[in-house]
Design a protein around this ligand. Structure first.
Ligand code: HEM
Length: 388
């Protein structure tokens, strides 16, 4: 039987019953994506982890126009990159960007992230209860942080946010392509400005590294997108996990030293399943019981992997003291998230300060009434009404 994606979730923290069923049945399943194409969905933690690091799977496809797709977005909706040079291109991208995410650079950024978080929480306190925590915190913080890191004017946020949202549109390919084009032109304009007036920021440092303008525009816009879309989602869903589990919220208030494991649990527990990271088989290969053919679409479902009962006992329980094997929310292997250290700094700043400052904060609507963002690659909440 072919399973149709996406799965129904009763609320944003729910794990679809169908996913639980599939996990009991095996680790790899034939599915039909939202756009009607055939794919293989991998749901076991061990297999997803192993396949993320397997170079027989890639992001590109030798015949991209005929490749099966997960959705319509140009990012993670279908094939990306050049089939012949994919691995070398990625190695170059990582070697250019990695130095800008070094532990030293991240340490230097932490106090500023904490300051920005405190500023947003101050504004929230001044405006008073009730509030939309998505608009007041989850959305602006990652945007402020990525603007400072890259040297992008915060005043331009409405503009580049609109283009990013268009890029992530999983239903309308033309809109997604248009958004990517706009973002690239914006990147080119920024690079031209930095060439004239360098600052103490990542785009200026890439200019000083001797790269061409278009490559810098491409790299910095990739960071602008990857650096805020995902973190907005993680802050919103992380706050929701705590607010929906008052016992765990209180445990973190009582023992702020648990913030490190709490952040890992916040990264593991929520999210959308029935999709995940798309890859294409570069050769025929065996996954579990099935033979996957060259060119087939393979979906490495990291949310399902993060809820594999064989690895995470009682996976549906949100437990800020959970230790043990790592989640796969930042991926694994050759494409492991370059921004993971920065994302962790942001999440630690948010959840340390939010609970200390608003210990009585609670959800203002029932969990089932919360609206999710639909039709977007990154998903997450559309709003998070709270009161205190
Ligand atoms: C909670 C927040 C974040 C999550 C959940 C997340 C998740 C991920 C995942 C799953 C991948 C791997 C994709 C794949 O295997 O194809 C990835 C890659 C990447 N992420 Fe993140 N990310 C987050 C934050 C950030 C931030 C803050 C930045 C930068 C400022 C960033 C930059 C990147 C880049 C450049 C890559 C591409 C690496 C490559 O292809 O080699 N991410 N991220």
């Amino acid at each position: 039987m072919t399973v149709q994606l996406p799965f129904d979730q009763a609320h944003p923290l729910d794990v679809a019953p169908l996913l639980r069923q599939l996990q009991q049945d095996g680790v790899v399943h034939q599915v039909r994506t939202a756009v009607g194409d055939q794919a293989w969905l991998v749901t076991g933690h061990e297999e997803v982890r192993r396949l993320l690091a397997d170079d027989r799977l890639g992001r590109s496809h030798p015949d991209p126009d005929r490749a099966a797709r997960l959705g319509q977005s140009v990012l993670f909706g279908g094939p990306m990159g050049n089939y012949d040079t994919e691995q070398a291109d990625n190695a170059r991208l990582r070697s250019l960007l990695q130095p800008h995410f070094s532990p030293r650079r991240m340490r230097a950024l932490r106090p500023r992230v904490e300051e920005l978080t405190a500023g947003l929480l101050h504004d929230l306190a001044v405006r008073g209860s009730p509030a939309d925590l998505h608009r007041a915190l989850a959305l602006p913080l990652p945007i402020q942080v990525i603007c400072e890191l890259l040297g992008v004017p915060y005043a331009d946020r409405d503009q580049f946010r609109a283009w990013s949202e268009a890029v992530g549109d999983s239903r309308d390919r033309a809109r997604s392509e248009q958004g990517l084009g706009e973002l690239f032109i914006y990147g080119q304009q920024l690079v031209a400005r930095k060439r004239n007036q360098p600052g103490d920021d990542l785009i200026s440092r890439l200019c000083a590294d001797g790269l061409g303008d278009d490559e810098i525009a491409m790299l910095s816009m990739a960071l602008l997108f990857a650096g805020h879309e995902t973190t907005v989602v993680a802050i919103g869903l992380g706050a929701l996990c705590l607010l929906a589990n008052p016992g765990q919220q209180q445990a973190l208030i009582d023992d702020p030293g648990r913030i490190t494991t709490a952040v890992e649990e916040i990264l593991r527990a929520p999210g959308r399943s029935g999709g995940g990271i798309p890859r294409y088989a570069r050769t025929d290969m065996q996954i579990g019981e099935v033979t996957v053919h060259a060119g087939d679409l393979v979906l490495l479902d990291t949310r399902a992997a993060n809820h594999d009962p064989a690895v995470f006992p009682s996976p549906g329980r949100f437990d800020i003291a959970r230790e043990g094997p790592g989640h796969l929310s930042f991926g694994h292997g050759a494409h492991y998230c370059l921004g993971a250290p920065l994302a962790r700094i942001e999440l630690k700043a948010v959840f340390s300060q939010l609970l200390a400052r608003f210990p009585a904060m609670r959800l203002a609507v029932p969990l089932e009434q919360l609206r999710m963002r639909s039709g977007s690659v990154t998903g997450g909440l559309a709003e998070l009404p709270v009161e205190w």
